[in-house]
Design a protein around this ligand. Structure first.
Ligand code: F6P
Length: 372
C-alpha cells in the first residue's frame, strides 16, 4: 500500500514534531497519494486496538502549529515488555512470550493496514523495538517492511550519528540554567552541583558545561572526573585562583557508575567538610545541589534541532519511497548524520553497538580537560 506510518517512542525530544511534519511534507511533495498514518503513544499505539490509537490519512491542517513546540504531538511511551528479557530472571519465559506477543500484534497491524514504511522517531531503546518489529514482520509474512529510525534523544548517545534531535535544545536549556545558577552561586561564594540527564552518557553534561564555563564536569564514562578527592583538588585550585564559586555539572549516569545513588548529596557533604577548602576560605564551603531533570527536555526546539529533524525526515522518506537505494538484504535502517551528510545505516548494526558513550579520545572530552 501507499502508506507511511510514524511513531515517536521513548523519551520525548524537542524537534520530534519537526520530524513528524517533515516526513508528512516530504512525502506529500513526492506523492500526494501517499497516505500518512500517525500512531499515538509510542509502540503501544501500534500494538494495541488500532481504532483508538491512530490517525489515518492525516491532512496538512492537522499538523499545523506543531513545528515550534517541544515534546511530541502524537505522544510517546516506553514499553518495558519490548526489552529483551534477561535469560536468568525467574520470569524470563513469561517475559519472552509477552515480548513475542507484542511484536506479533504490531507486525499483524502493520500488515493489515498495508503500511509500506514505518518511521520510528526515538532513541536507542526505540531502535531496538523498531529492529525487532522489522524482524517479526519478515519472519511472519516472509517479506520485508521498510523500517526507518530517526535519531531523537536529548542524550546524543546513538551509535553512528554525530547528532540526535533534541540534544542541541537540551544543551541550550541547560546552559540557560547554568547561567542563572552562576549569578546566585557567585554572590554567595558557594559550590553548586547541577545534575543533568543523559542516561549512561556524559554528552549533555560535557556540552552544556563547556558552553557555560562550568568549573568541572563529572561524567559516568571517566571515573577520575568524579573521584571526590580530585573534585576537591579542582575546587581548591579554583578558589586559590580567585574564583568565588565552583560549579559542578554532573551527568546523572555518575550515580550508577559510582555505585552510589545519592552520589550528588554525598559529594556535596564531602566538599562541605573538606579541611583543605576550609583552610583556603577560612570557613567551610557552602554547597547546594540542583537537579535540572525534565526542564532541559522541554520548551521550543532550537533552530538547529528543527533543521536537523527536517533533514532526517527527508532522508527517511527518500528511503521509504525507494529514492535512496539500500544495500542488498537490508530493509531496516537508521538515518545518521555523518559529517555533513545524512545517510542510512543498517538498524541491526546501530542496535548491535549499543549506546554511544564518551571516550577519552573524544575532542569534547579533551576540550573539557583544557577548559575546566
Ligand atoms: O533518554 C532521554 C532521557 O531524558 C534520559 O536522559 C533520562 O535518563 C530519561 O530519559 C528519563 O526518562 P523519563 O522521562 O522516563 O523519566
Amino acid at each position: 500500500g501507499k502508506k507511511i506510518a510514524i511513531v515517536t517512542s521513548g523519551g520525548d525530544a524537542p524537534g520530534m514534531n519537526a520530524a513528524i511534519r517533515g516526513v508528512f511534507r516530504s512525502t506529500k511533495r513526492r506523492d500526494p497519494d501517499h497516505e500518512i498514518i500517525l500512531f499515538n503513544n509510542g509502540f503501544r499505539g501500534l500494538a494495541g486496538r488500532l481504532e483508538a490509537s491512530m490517525d489515518v490519512d492525516v491532512q496538512r491542517r492537522e499538523l499545523r502549529d506543531i513545528l515550534n513546540r517541544g515534546g511530541t504531538c502524537i505522544g510517546t511511551g516506553r514499553v518495558p515488555e519490548l526489552l529483551p528479557a534477561d535469560p536468568d530472571a525467574p520470569d524470563a519465559e513469561e517475559r519472552r512470550e509477552a515480548r513475542e506477543a507484542f511484536l506479533d500484534v504490531a507486525a499483524v497491524n502493520l500488515y493489515q493496514l498495508e503500511v509500506s514504511g514505518l518511521v520510528v522517531i526515538g532513541g536507542d531503546g526505540s531502535y531496538r523495538g523498531a529492529h525487532a518489529i522489522a524482524e517479526a514482520y519478515r519472519a511472519k509474512f516472509g517479506r520485508s517492511l521498510k523500517v526507518v529510525g530517526i535519531p531523537a534523544t536529548i542524550d546524543n548517545d546513538i551509535y553512528g550519528t554525530d547528532y540526535t534531535i533534541g540534544y542541541d535544545t537540551a544543551v541550550g536549556n541547560t546552559v540557560d540554567a547554568l547561567r542563572k545558577i552562576r549569578d546566585t552561586v557567585e554572590s554567595h561564594r558557594r559550590a553548586v552541583i547541577l545534575e543533568v540527564m543523559g542516561n549512561a552518557s556524559g554528552w549533555l553534561a560535557l556540552s552544556a558545561g563547556i558552553a557555560a564555563g562550568a568549573s568541572t564536569i563529572l561524567i559516568p564514562e571517566i571515573a577520575e572526573t568524579y573521584d571526590p578527592r580530585a573534585v576537591v583538588g579542582r575546587c581548591v585550585a579554583a578558589l586559590e585562583g580567585d574564583y568565588r564559586y565552583f560549579i559542578i555539572v554532573m551527568a546523572e549516569g555518575v550515580k550508577k557508575a559510582s555505585g552510589d545513588e545519592r552520589y550528588g548529596e554525598h559529594l556535596a557533604k564531602y566538599i562541605a567538610q573538606s579541611e583543605r577548602i576550609h583552610e583556603v576560605l577560612g570557613h567551610p564551603m557552602s554547597v547546594r545541589n540542583n537537579v535540572i531533570g525534565h526542564l532541559a527536555r522541554g520548551g521550543p526546539p532550537s533552530a538547529f534541532d528543527n533543521i536537523l529533524a527536517a533533514r532526517f525526515a527527508r532522508g527517511a522518506v527518500k528511503v521509504v519511497l525507494g529514492e535512496t537505494e539500500l544495500p542488498d538484504g537490508v530493509d531496516d535502517v537508521a538515518m545518521s548524520l555523518r559529517g555533513r551528510q545524512v545517510v542510512p545505516m543498517p538498524l541491526g548494526e546501530v542496535v548491535g553497538h549499543g549506546p554511544r558513550l564518551v571516550s577519552r579520545d573524544d575532542e569534547l572530552f579533551a576540550i573539557s580537560q583544557d577548559l575546566t
